[in-house]
Design a protein around this ligand. Structure first.
Ligand code: DGI
Ligand code: FE
Ligand code: FE
Length: 188
């Protein structure tokens, strides 16, 4: 799918703020793909659709998670997690995206997963460091991303966990599994 067509499909699903975020993720993901030898076209498409389901009603997302047999423990955790797997599902169903690597990168963009692919990593990190993000510590992650993708990714996952802990929020187990997997591989 061409960029313009993809952006058109996504724009109507998002607020203006979230659309600007999406454009930032797109530019950042393409740059990371260039830098780390990833597929630029897949990075572009996954980035454009990563938050596709962000504003679907909770009831609709919940129904999809149940009907499609997505991990049912998602329902016990923050509903903010739901738009990632539901987005992958709807990007296929409504927008006709069939590339499994692109769909997986969308599916795991919030929690990550053990054994993340290069594309998964690019999308997770681009989502975290795109120019519109301004939270504490983001500049440090941006700097490390210029040198080492995995180190920057670990920082992003770690910061996300710390952020949740500070707010007394639950942490989805997959997020911890992602962190452990990245740390183990870094030690190898
Ligand atoms: O959709 P975005 O805001 O661009 O970013 P995102 O998809 O990475 O994260 C969405 C929200 O999900 C964010 O406010 C933090 C939250 N989140 C991320 N990982 C976890 C989580 N919430 C819980 N409860 N557990 C997690 O592991
Ligand atoms: Fe998201
Ligand atoms: Fe996002």
């Amino acid at each position: 799918m061409e960029r313009e067509e993809a952006l058109k499909l996504v724009k109507v699903q998002l607020t203006d703020h979230r659309y600007q975020h999406t454009l930032g993720v797109m530019e950042t993901a393409i740059a990371l793909a260039k830098q780390y030898g990833g597929d630029e076209q897949k990075a572009e498409l996954a980035a454009i659709f990563h938050d596709y389901a962000k504003f679907r009603p909770k009831a609709e997302m919940k129904e999809i998670i149940i009907e499609q047999g997505f991990p049912q423990n998602l329902l016990e955790y923050n509903s903010e997690l739901w738009h990632a797997p539901v987005g992958a599902y709807l990007a296929e169903k409504e927008a006709g995206i069939i590339d499994p690597e692109v769909l997986e990168a969308i599916r795991f963009h919030t929690s990550g997963r053990p054994g993340m692919t290069l594309l998964d990593k690019i999308i997770y990190l681009a989502d975290y460091i795109e120019p519109g993000r301004h939270f504490p510590g983001v500049e440090e992650v941006r700097n490390v991303a210029k040198e080492n993708l995995d180190k920057a990714l670990i920082m992003a996952v770690k910061n996300t966990i710390i952020f949740l802990l500070k707010k007394n929020q639950t942490v989805y187990p997959e997020t911890f599994y992602t962190y452990n997997d990245l740390i183990r591989k870094l030690e190898d």
